[in-house]
Unconditional design. Structure first.
Lengths: 364, 111
């Protein structure tokens, strides 16, 4: 059989490899790239829509196994790559940012900032370019959680400024805009002014994902941000307690009212794993996050255990996901990142998706 | 990923928005529905606080006060949930949510 005929057979075989998120085969999706067949030796790339794809290894193995089984194939070399798809929007802000993820909670103190930090880190560690915006202007906590000293941001041209960089993440926070409680860049501005600055004046460069840590609650600042920023999707964090769930529901409704797609619900401090055993101890009534997700027909992304090392990581400025790769919390955050990235890919693949932002000048 | 759920919201949203002619706006919706709007009808239906009494929901705008040849000058999206119109009479405070736009559709099927 000629190499050409062989290639036809290989492609036919790859058409049986289905992306479980997009429900289509990887050939039709255009993921198979640069195929070379020489004397039965096969080489190609599979380009996924996110480096954080949770089924990357599974897809790779399936491609290898299936292609190896094709008659005439001597060797298979599959390289997994990724090109993050961009959410479309034509607003003149954040134009180099492909996806904007808002992390929200109804109630304060549920672990939203910790989720934002570890989610951003997990995406970054998968190979994506990631920014983190601390939009909690009342109580900015991201710099501390990432161990970034408070220094004013480096200014650029036209009132723009550069984000701080730490562990490969680009970070902006209201904490940087003040020194000993005195605003540096903005004198007596309203909070909305800072948000506007964050949306318009940051030199992010190219980003695959921008994670926004929203302030807790569903007030004006949250609403302003969700209306003004071209947010690709929102993650709502809750704890298992009823009071938290009730407020999380308000958060979900807020995003629904402004038509921001909900990527899903995260239940934090869901269960406790003690040092002595591997058993999950459900201290609180569990399953509330899942029930909330079902009620609104949105994905339940993951639950995250209560682990004391998470607190230490936050206090020391080294997120758990970097400090301890084997922690059950690290596994949960990594899973979360995979789910979030998949949900975004699903949204982009949706052909019936609504018109993104537009402007129309009336003629005549 | 195992979840089969979609994060799409249930209500249809505009997929394509275009000017048909000087007095008609067309919207194709995500569920396939096609709407055609007389721009004057849209101006008359402005939901802003000047045109509708916030408390009673009673219309305050007198349709006769709208110029004969009313046209939009510009329209643009607001977030992912609404459309804002600027009108030739200078009025531009109305935010038309997608849900409202859908309700305003005057095709035989909708009315
Ligand atoms: N999975 C977890 N296990 C143990 N502690 C956690 C976990 N997640 C968060 N925490 C701790 O709970 C506290 C609150 O977390 P965090 O600051 O992230 O919450 P938040 O929702 O951002 O709060 P705020 O409303 O003040 O912004 C912190 O001390 C954090 O270290
Ligand atoms: Mg916080």
């Amino acid at each position: 059989m000629s190499d050409q005929e062989l290639q036809v057979n290989i492609i036919a075989e790859l058409k049986t490899v289905i992306d479980p998120d997009l429900h289509k085969d990887i050939v039709s999706l255009g993921f198979v790239k640069n195929m070379e067949v020489k004397d039965g030796n096969v080489k190609f790339q599979v380009e996924l829509t996110t480096p954080a794809c949770p089924v990357k290894e599974q897809l790779k193995t399936e491609c290898e196994t299936k292609v190896s089984a094709v008659k005439g194939v001597k060797s298979v070399d599959v390289e997994m790559t990724a090109e993050v798809r961009a959410a479309e929007h034509s607003q003149p802000i954040l134009t180099n940012v492909k996806n904007i993820i808002a992390v929200a909670s109804g109630k304060g103190g549920v672990g939203k900032s910790t989720v934002s930090v570890n989610l951003a880190m997990a995406l970054q560690m998968s190979g994506a370019k990631v920014g983190l915006m601390d939009a909690d202007i009342y109580g900015p906590s991201i710099p501390k959680m990432l161990g970034i000293p408070i220094t004013p941001p480096k200014g650029g041209a036209d009132n723009k400024f550069f984000p701080h960089e730490q562990y490969g993440l680009k970070v902006v926070s209201a904490a940087f805009l003040q020194k000993e409680g005195v605003p540096l860049m903005l004198r007596g501005p309203m909070l909305g002014g800072i948000i506007q600055q964050f949306l318009q004046n940051v030199e992010w460069g190219e980003l695959d994902y921008l994670v926004i840590d929203l302030p807790p609650g569903t007030g004006d600042v949250q609403l302003t941000l969700t209306q003004r920023a071209p947010i690709s999707g929102a993650v709502v964090v809750t704890t298992p307690q009823e009071v938290s769930l009730i407020d999380a529901e308000k958060g979900v409704r807020m995003f629904e009212s402004v038509k921001v797609p909900l990527l899903g619900i995260v239940e934090n401090m869901s269960y406790f794993i003690c040092d002595g055993c591997d058993k999950k101890h459900h201290i609180f009534k569990s399953g509330g996050g899942n029930a909330l997700a079902e009620k609104f027909k949105i994905p339940f992304l993951t639950d995250i255990p209560l682990v004391s090392a998470v607190v230490e990581g936050g206090d020391k400025g080294v997120p758990i996901i970097m400090a301890d790769p084997s922690s059950p919390a690290t596994k949960a955050y990594t899973k979360l990142a995979g789910q979030v990235a998949s949900q975004l890919s699903i949204i982009h693949a949706d052909k019936d998706k609504p018109a993104s932002t537009f402007e129309l000048n009336w003629e005549g | 990923m195992p979840e089969e759920k979609s994060s799409k919201s249930a209500n249809p949203a505009p997929k394509n928005i275009k000017q048909i002619d000087p007095t008609n706006l067309g919207i194709t919706w995500t569920d396939g529905h096609e709407s055609v709007y007389k721009v004057r009808h849209l101006r008359e239906s402005c939901p802003c606080a000047n045109c509708i009494d916030e408390w009673t929901g009673v219309k305050r705008l007198d349709p006769n006060s709208i110029p004969e040849n009313i046209r939009p000058t510009k329209l643009h999206s607001v977030g992912l949930y609404a459309i804002q119109f600027s009108w030739s009479d200078g009025h531009d405070t109305g935010l038309y949510s997608h849900d409202l736009m859908r309700k305003l559709c005057q095709c035989i099927e909708c009315q």
